[in-house]
Design a protein around this ligand. Structure first.
Ligand code: SAM
Ligand code: SF4
Ligand code: F3S
Length: 472
């Protein structure tokens, strides 16, 4: 976990991952698509919706872009570096046209929304540009592009949640899955591009969330992660306005599918997570005791400029409340160093907040100005790159101590681990996670299989992994 957290500081976002699905690999399709995804879990979940739409329109999937008729890149705009990486990848894909002139290259997701037809007209990098709310129009846009026109649809919607589409699980371990419960964001944090690329917040029909999770359970999955940019503001009102389902209620409904189905969720917002949610987590053994609560800065002045709508004291009180109601709950965060006008004093506030909270995991970034955001329009990006990076390193150094301490605390304890598959390093070992989302590696013993829960006695750890052996 520590490695991932540190990677994130330099890597900016999840790197492109090509996807395969056994289900579709086995069926002979006349045309094939290749999809590579970047950014947050919501983007990865969207790629599974896209795969479903394409499959229903006669396309098969391939993990080799060289043999694809359609190449899609599901993109992220969150930081400048993420966009640069994707542009380089698009330039590589453009070269495929030299030996396969009929191949179509398409940009999906947040960069499509931010850059719109610029990618087609000025940079001539791609044939299709499709924003996150326009995936249903993919088959039509592909037809247009095949006839030589450029296919563009970046319209954002106030209603689209793709609730009736059954995602095709890509690169799945068959045990854990993401389930989107909402789309968009209404928060307008001043540094953030998401409200512009993903549009207004809307919650998905609660019945469709429950039926997707039930289907996953019946298919052998044992963990779902409910996804939204701000899950605590989930609110689904049924069409007759007779029922309002809150996030706490939705989570409870998912937890009741089966005690064998683990429930996780991300992301929580400090201003919105409430006692109802915390007591629901407490009530169910199968709701994981682990909360991702991005802080972004430890300075109230900076938090106000970021439009986060809480103070340092509010955040600390939330952390205290979580630990009071859910002792031992895992806590992770996101933070940004070097936001506009950040002083050494502001930075010290972030360091001291980290010292107080002792997060188990943190995603740490330096500020990247995004064109068109509130911060871009209102403030000067006046902290030098050198200072941003130095402050980031200081946060990383403090966090490294805490995350190691958090791993060491588990040594000697017995953890309930859900087996996700072979360990990356050896087929002789299983890999799985404990309740607090910590990776656990242990030798295969007995008749256990993927998707089983086992009790593991933790006897040692590294910065990112717990190691032990099955004890029952
Ligand atoms: N909705 C979540 C929240 O409220 O924190 C996550 C949003 S974003 C997808 C993930 C993280 O990227 C943020 O929590 C923030 O730390 C970071 N981030 C967003 N915009 C950024 C920017 N302009 N520069 C650096 N980091 C940024
Ligand atoms: Fe961005 Fe803030 Fe929305 Fe998170 S809550 S997606 S940081 S605007
Ligand atoms: Fe990136 Fe869009 Fe997610 S900007 S982090 S892919 S919502």
């Amino acid at each position: 976990m520590l490695d991932l957290a540190i990677d994130k500081t330099h890597d900016e976002s999840r790197q492109g991952e090509a996807f395969a699905s056994l289900e579709t690999d086995l069926i002979p399709f006349s045309k094939k698509f290749y999809i590579e995804s970047y950014g947050c879990a919501m983007n990865f979940a969207d790629s599974e919706v896209v795969a479903s739409i394409l499959k229903n329109n006669g396309y098969g999937i391939t993990t080799h872009f060289e043999e694809a008729d359609l190449i899609f890149v599901n993109t992220c705009s969150i930081r400048e570096k993420a966009e640069e990486t994707i542009r380089q990848r698009l330039t590589q894909f453009k070269k495929v046209k030299r030996y396969n002139p009929s191949v179509l290259v398409g940009v999906l997701g947040c960069m499509a929304e931010r850059l719109k037809s610029k990618l087609i007209e000025e940079e001539k990098l791609v044939d299709l540009v499709i924003g996150p709310d326009a995936y249903r129009t993919l088959p039509h846009l592909i037809e247009e592009a095949e006839s030589g026109q450029k296919g563009v649809n970046v319209l954002l919607s106030r209603e689209e949640t793709y609730s009736d589409i059954s995602p095709i699980r890509l690169n799945s371990n068959g045990v854990t899955a993401f389930v989107s419960i909402m789309r968009g964001c209404n928060n307008m944090c001043s540094f953030c591009v998401v409200p512009f690329t993903r549009g207004r917040e809307r919650s998905r029909d609660a019945h469709s969330v429950i039926s997707e999770c039930t289907q996953l359970f019946n298919d052998g999955y044992r963990e779902v992660t409910l996804l939204g940019q701000n899950v605590d503001s989930y609110q689904w009102i049924d069409p007759d306005h007779k029922k309002v389902v809150s996030f706490a209620q939705l989570m409870e409904m998912v937890a009741q599918i089966s005690p064998l189905l683990r429930v996780r969720f991300s992301t929580s917002h400090p201003k919105d997570i409430n006692d109802d949610v915390l007591f629901t987590i407490k009530k169910y053994d199968n709701i994981c005791k682990n909360i991702h609560l991005p802080v972004q800065s430890g300075s109230t002045r900076i938090l106000q400029m970021m439009n986060r709508t809480y103070t340092r004291e509010w955040y600390l009180a939330k952390v205290d409340r979580i630990r009071e109601i859910l002792p031992g709950c895992g806590l992770s965060t996101d933070t940004i160093s070097g936001f506009c006008s950040e002083t050494e004093e502001d930075h010290q506030d972030t360091l001291s907040l980290f010292e107080y909270c002792e997060f188990d995991l943190a995603y740490m970034y330096y500020y990247s100005n995004r064109p068109g955001t509130l911060a871009d329009r209102r403030f000067k990006d006046d902290v030098t790159l050198e200072i941003k990076k130095r402050r980031l390193q200081e946060i990383v150094d403090i966090h490294r101590v805490h995350s190691l301490k958090s791993m060491q605390k588990e040594v000697g304890k017995i953890a309930t681990v859900l087996i996700e598959g072979d360990s990356k390093k050896s087929e002789k070992d299983w890999a799985g996670r404990n309740d607090q989302n910590k990776m656990v590696i242990f030798p295969k013993e007995g008749a256990f299989k993927k998707g089983d829960y086992v009790q593991v006695l933790i006897d040692r750890c590294t910065g990112g992994t717990l190691l032990g052996s099955i004890c029952s």
